[in-house]
Ligand binder design. Structure first.
Ligand code: SAM
Ligand code: SF4
Length: 326
């Protein structure tokens, strides 16, 4: 078992398949010219499979594929089929633009639950936030995946004065659809124009929803990052991921592998450990994994606290979100 200095067992690995994407969400991809990692710099399908097996042998029982956009990678089908044969729960986070092409594959791979990102129900705002005119495609694919029986979770990053006025509309969506909406507090990453006044907090989200609906908290599952709620009579549910105002670090079980094979022990870790180069050199990477986890900080990568006013993004040492894998 991979255990850190605070007795947290790490059994969940998120693997980024690429730092490339077909959308340009401003809060994720830096605005300045950005060079995607060339295919040779990425972990190859056999390498992903072998490294995943090493993690599984150390106790990992859940793997999430992410990116960038995992479904834009040309050999993604090969990677998914390889991982689907391993004794692990496999899931994926996607922007939804290509799900119509991959629904069969995901089903055949035994993937039942999908996280799909959608920050607005307004077509124009979607284009503004992602710089691409893909709202209908994404919304249609969400409906398609619900119809096909997948458990669909919607990731909505809430940004004050941009889309926070749509929170109620997203909650209304849960009335007749078995959809689970996750409101995510806006987080700071390199080059993403984060400012404290743009964060719409968990408390503010709940206050807004409570003004319209009666809400009931649901029991928290172990290691769950989201605080879950239901409105009596609704088919769906909603939750809040309060990373900024009330982080869930004390219960963290997550490790991350970037598309170029660097291990990060926290979304906000300053440092990273290269696993791919030693793996290619046929070295044993297990001690590197354990050392990385032993170096894990108690909360938020040791980089900031919930005192939002005193977060200075210029002092945060990290990658941009698109190069980590959310
Ligand atoms: N492309 C896929 C997608 O959009 O779902 C997977 C990768 S994306 C980096 C994973 C998740 O991180 C998305 O739900 C996205 O909205 C979220 N995310 C990206 N930047 C964020 C930020 N600054 N604050 C909060 N969530 C963020
Ligand atoms: Fe692409 Fe997802 Fe980042 Fe948006 S959030 S730019 S879809 S990787």
């Amino acid at each position: 078992m991979i255990i850190d200095g605070f007795n947290r067992v790490h059994n969940y690995l998120r693997i980024s398949l690429t730092d490339n994407c077909n959308l340009r969400c401003f809060y994720c991809m830096p605005e300045e010219d950005y060079e995607f990692t060339p295919p040779t710099g990425l972990m190859q399908p056999d390498e992903i499979e072998s490294i995943a097996k090493i993690f599984i042998a150390q106790g990992v029982n859940k793997i999430r594929l992410t990116g960038g956009e995992p479904l834009v990678r040309k050999d993604v089908a090969n990677i998914i089929m390889r991982l689907s044969k391993l004794p692990v729960q496999l899931t994926i986070t996607t922007n939804g633009t290509r799900l119509h092409e991959f629904a069969d594959l995901l089903e055949n791979a035994g993937i039942h639950s999908l996280n799909i990102s959608l920050d607005t129900l307004n077509k124009e705002k979607f284009s503004l936030m992602t710089k691409r005119d893909q709202f209908e495609r994404v919304y249609g694919n969400i409906q398609l995946m619900i119809l096909r029986g997948f458990h669909v979770k919607i990731n909505m990053v809430v940004i004050k004065n941009l889309n926070h006025d749509e929170i109620i509309d997203f909650v209304r969506w849960t009335r007749n659809e078995p959809v689970h909406v996750r409101f995510i507090e806006f987080m700071p990453f390199t080059g993403n124009r984060w400012e404290s006044h743009k964060v719409f907090t968990w408390q503010q989200i709940l206050e807004m929803i409570s003004s319209e609906f009666d809400i009931l908290p649901l029991e928290k599952e172990k290691h769950e990052t989201a605080k879950k709620y239901i409105i009596p009579g609704h088919r769906g549910t909603f939750s809040v991921i309060s990373t900024m105002s009330a982080p869930f670090c004390s219960d963290c079980n997550r490790m991350r592998l970037t598309a170029n094979g660097k291990m990060k022990n926290c979304l906000f870790s300053q440092s990273e450990t290269d696993l791919l180069t030693p793996f290619r050199n046929k070295e044993d990477i297990i001690p590197l994994i354990y050392q990385s986890i032993l170096d894990k900080k108690k909360a938020l990568g040791g980089q900031f606290t919930t005192d939002l006013e005193n977060i200075h993004t210029e002092n945060i040492i990290n990658r941009s979100m698109i190069t980590i894998g959310g």
